[in-house]
Design a protein around this ligand. Structure first.
Ligand code: ZN
Length: 326
């Protein structure tokens, strides 16, 4: 499928979404399917025999073997939620349909919930996306480039040291025919050998062939067992070289998308979410209709996290001083 055909794919319409996930019962059934596609399995003993206590979204599944009780949301990021499942599902739908996700403020307005509730939903759903994508390591041939978000805000320092400029790497893996397959966009503390080496260990499989420009820090991919092919760009712009075609196409699309949606927002604060949502969507671009269902499954199977952990994660990129995976 070509890039243009992908762009013209239809997502899921609001009426279609509401027909499938408009009631608590429908959402509860979808969660059950997502968590236990093969039928109930006790999280403690693995037993399948169980009976159900209560009804609807709040029902409990009690294991006949060990008497352990589990709910549809326990053991996931939705654990202990007091929100209706329909609110969760609508948030998942809205975030999945926007190319770089939605801001917490937009979510607050569209869902009619308080800002703290929207903030937490937003961060938890983003966390599920990043948990899912971080499990995948790029392999084969990878185009790698450095980039920044923002940096043109009035009042900020100009150039590389600009306060509002957020450094990140973009990496695209290609298949045997040279078509783009998987994308990673990762915030970095800076373009240092240490940061690139750590990033490569977490995101690239050993043996990956990495093409980049001659920026010195990229050589650190060899620390992760990768083969590095630096291309001396010279007078040319990297976008003029076939070696960087896809990574530049992706960065161009990201820039266009962000320019339309977020030009006045603080990149430093929200960068992780934009990049995470963009990459998640790109990596599932062959079936945008299915994106909502995929994200429901990823949220249902996500690992639990306390509000404190979610908050710490939101602020992590600039505290860790190292690469984080989105
Ligand atoms: Zn059990």
């Amino acid at each position: 499928m070509t890039f243009n055909r992908i762009q013209f794919q239809h997502g899921m319409s609001i009426p279609e979404f509401l027909r499938s996930f408009g009631t608590e019962t429908q959402c509860a059934e979808a969660l059950k399917q997502a968590r236990w596609p093969q039928g109930f399995g006790c999280p403690r003993c693995g037993g399948a025999d169980h009976y159900v206590v209560g009804r609807g979204a709040r029902k409990l599944f009690q294991c006949n073997g060990c008497r352990h009780q589990t709910s549809l949301t326990s053991g996931s990021l939705m654990e202990h939620t007091k929100l209706p499942l329909t609110t969760w599902f609508l948030a998942i739908y809205l975030i999945s349909q926007a190319k770089t996700g939605l801001s917490a403020l937009a979510l607050k307005r569209q869902l009619g919930v308080s800002y703290p509730t929207a903030w937490l939903l937003h961060h938890k759903i983003s966390r599920a996306m990043s948990q899912q994508d971080s499990t995948h390591r790029l392999t084969g041939v990878v185009q790698l480039d450095d980039a920044y978000l923002g940096g043109e805000r009035a009042g900020g320092k100009a150039g590389r040291g600009s306060e509002n400029k957020v450094p990140f790497v973009a990496a695209v893996s290609l298949n045997d025919k040279g078509h783009p397959m998987h994308l990673k966009l990762s915030l970095l503390s800076g373009f240092t050998s240490k940061a690139i080496g750590n990033w490569a260990k977490a995101n690239l499989a050993p043996g990956t062939l990495v093409t980049s420009d001659a920026l010195a820090c990229f050589a650190a991919v060899v620390n992760a067992g990768c083969i590095h092919v630096p291309i001396v760009v010279g007078e040319l712009k990297p976008r003029d070289l076939p070696e960087f075609k896809w990574v530049n196409t992706v960065l161009g699309n990201l820039k266009t998308t962000l320019a339309g949606a977020y030009h006045s927002l603080k990149y430093r604060k929200y960068a992780a979410h934009y990049l995470c949502a963009f990459a998640y969507r790109f990596n599932r671009r062959f079936d945008l209709r299915d994106l909502v269902a995929r994200l429901i499954v990823d949220v249902a199977r996500s690992k639990p996290a306390t509000e404190a952990a979610v908050r710490a994660h939101a602020e992590a990129p600039y505290k860790l001083g190292t690469a984080i995976t989105l």
